[in-house]
Design a protein around this ligand. Structure first.
Ligand SMILES: NC(=O)c1ccc[n+]([C@@H]2O[C@H](COP(=O)([O-])OP(=O)(O)OC[C@H]3O[C@@H](n4cnc5c(N)ncnc54)[C@H](OP(=O)(O)O)[C@@H]3O)[C@@H](O)[C@H]2O)c1
Length: 326
């Protein structure tokens, strides 16, 4: 089968198309024909092995391969169709249209991916294309997981920093669906799109620091690495919640003190990316409450271009690779 492979860490040009062996599902596994896969910031970070937050560099490098990548096919968030199932599988059948995550197996930058049925794989929303559906799991699962932790009440003010990216575009829509008044922070070219999907207010981070505006919020959901911890916490109302998607070690330590000794709460978590959450997103999508924002769709042969767009250009939403295109 065809796959986008990387055999060394480096620039997007290390991504190559190769023929690799098509997997065969084990007894409790499902073989999925991948139609579309998101090209994520995390894929780019793993490819280059360069991260905005540094504390996990060494343990991750040991896990992923010291001198070269152990897993040569990236891709964690996909939409596709069940090709075949193992003999013990009753949950899926050939032809089911699904979307989901490959967890630490990665491997969705390929024509087929083989996954245990215990992984987060659910029926694709009926009102989305494969490309639109592949753009949901990363952003949707992370945004939903974090925003549920904030227990948002109707009319509360929620600020999303980094609102125009994969997680942020879902954060804006989910916070709005939870009844919040939403402020989005990103660069100016994303303002129109963010207002269209539900942002009531907007800050252009290149022109204005939202923490210096005098405005305060009940919830700040922050995707931007190296933000000032104290400025964000000081921009919270009494009882406010600070959700950190990308904390430094010092932010994690300070968050324990904030939560214990003040009336504010600071939270850092890794989203579990569960089946229940993906089904909740499917319901919201089918009810017309949220949708994915697809920036651009690339063919597998254009994988390097797709990574460049994720890394260096000001994309509007999610970059998708269509494995069906070539
Ligand atoms: N904790 C977890 O479980 C978890 C899970 C997944 C991801 N993450 C982390 O969450 C972060 C966001 O992920 P993502 O996939 O949504 O990334 P993304 O798609 O790259 O989105 C980040 C957004 O932030 C914008 N931005 C950059 N600098 C900014 C600034 N100073 N102020 C405001 N906005 C700014 C970017 O705009 P430009 O186009 O202008 O750069 C982009 O629109 C990543 O760093 C990732 O590592 C955490």
């Amino acid at each position: 089968m065809k796959a986008i492979v990387y055999k060394k860490y480096g620039t997007p040009e290390v991504l190559r198309i190769e023929e690799i062996e098509k997997p065969v599902p084990g007894d409790d596994e499902v073989l999925i024909r991948i139609h579309a896969v998101e090209a994520t910031k995390a894929d780019c970070e793993l490819r280059s092995f360069s991260f905005a937050v540094k504390w996990f560099w060494l343990p991750l490098r040991v896990a992923m391969g010291m001198t070269k990548p152990k897993k040569q096919v990236l891709g964690g968030y996909f939409a596709g169709e069940v090709e075949s199932v193992g003999k013990d599988v009753s949950k899926f059948k050939q032809g089911d249209q699904v979307f989901g995550t490959t967890g630490l197996r990665f491997g969705a930058y390929a024509e087929y991916a083989n996954l245990p049925t215990s992984y987060t794989i659910v029926p694709k929303p009926h009102n989305m294309s494969f490309e639109e559906a592949a753009a949901v799991p990363l952003g949707g699962l992370n945004a939903l997981h974090f925003l549920r932790k904030a227990n948002i009440q109707n009319g509360e003010k929620v600020l999303i920093n980094g609102a125009g990216g994969s997680i942020g575009t879902f954060g804006v829509q989910i916070a709005r669906a939870m009844g919040a008044e939403v402020t989005a922070v990103d660069c100016s070219i994303k303002e129109e799109m963010l207002r269209r999907i539900g942002a009531d207010h907007f800050f252009d981070y290149a022109r204005e620091d939202f923490t210096q505006s005098g405005q305060t919020y009940d919830v700040i959901f922050n995707m931007v690495a190296r933000s000032s911890y104290s400025s964000c916490v000081n921009s919270l109302n009494p009882g406010g919640r600070y959700l950190m998607g990308n904390p430094r070690v010092s932010d994690m330590i300070r968050s324990v003190l904030t939560s214990r000794f003040t009336d504010k709460t600071a939270v850092f978590i890794f989203a579990g990316e569960t089946e229940e959450e993906l089904l909740a997103l499917k319901d919201l999508i089918e009810a017309g409450k949220i949708k994915s924002i697809v920036d651009k769709i690339y063919a597998p042969e254009q994988a390097a271009e797709a990574h460049h767009r994720v890394e260096t250009e000001q994309r509007l939403g999610v970059v998708v690779i269509s494995m069906a295109k070539s």
